[in-house]
Design a protein around this ligand. Structure first.
Ligand SMILES: NC(=O)c1ccc[n+]([C@@H]2O[C@H](COP(=O)([O-])OP(=O)(O)OC[C@H]3O[C@@H](n4cnc5c(N)ncnc54)[C@H](OP(=O)(O)O)[C@@H]3O)[C@@H](O)[C@H]2O)c1
Length: 180
């Protein structure tokens, strides 16, 4: 666990990824994920999740995707940003505090369940600051060739301990503990 006082909930970086390491295609394309994976495919992960923390980049892409992909129920949704939008979507809480305070706030809202960290930049910062317990990756069977990488350059080395590897249909799910 990355901390005490949050029940058994973990901080989990969770994302779908192409085999060549992209979490979004060119121009933030995300349609390829729905071809292989929908929220209905991951009921246990969804049920274990009490809150989500995303960056403003992920929020903006999600807004562009509406209404295709709003069925994932991972509890309270927090967006870390330097400046909240003028017309915020009602289902999101915008945080302008520091990273660690944002994670603590979202973990509190998760109420003992897991906190999912989505997107590239915020997740990388959480990894860099030792705030992440696990990484869960859905490896999808395609090569995107270009787009948003799993992590931005400069993250540095982080050692992981694999503890689960499963395949269901076309989707391979890999889970790792972050070594601290
Ligand atoms: N494949 C998947 O499972 C998956 C899941 C989620 C997202 N994605 C994709 O990932 C891409 C988005 O990634 P991204 O790299 O843009 O990262 P992101 O983490 O979603 O958003 C980055 C933005 O968050 C804000 N931010 C980051 N750190 C902050 C801090 N410490 N304090 C305040 N604000 C902070 C900044 O926005 P401001 O400066 O504007 O405030 C920053 O530009 C999208 O293409 C999305 O579709 C893929």
């Amino acid at each position: 666990m990355s901390d005490v006082g949050f029940g058994t909930g973990k901080v989990v970086v969770n994302r779908a990824m192409s085999l060549d390491g992209f979490i979004a295609g060119p121009d933030h394309a995300m349609d390829w994920i729905g071809e292989y994976l929908t929220p209905a495919d991951v009921p246990e992960v969804m049920a274990a999740t009490g809150a989500m923390l995303i960056g403003r980049g992920t929020y903006e892409v999600a807004r562009r995707m509406e209404p295709q992909d709003n069925t994932y129920d991972g509890g309270a949704r927090f967006v870390l940003t330097h400046e909240p939008p003028a017309d915020p979507a009602p289902a999101f809480t915008f945080l302008t505090c520091g990273l660690e305070e944002a994670v603590a706030t979202a973990r509190g809202a998760a109420d003992g369940k897991n906190l999912e960290i989505l997107g590239a930049d915020v997740a990388a910062q959480c990894l860099r600051h030792g705030l992440v317990d696990e990484i869960l990756v859905y490896v999808l069977p395609l090569l995107l060739g270009d787009g948003v990488r799993f992590s931005p350059p400069g993250l540095g080395r982080i050692d992981l301990e694999p503890f689960s590897s499963t395949r269901s249909g076309a989707v391979t799910t890999l889970r790792f503990r972050v070594r601290k």
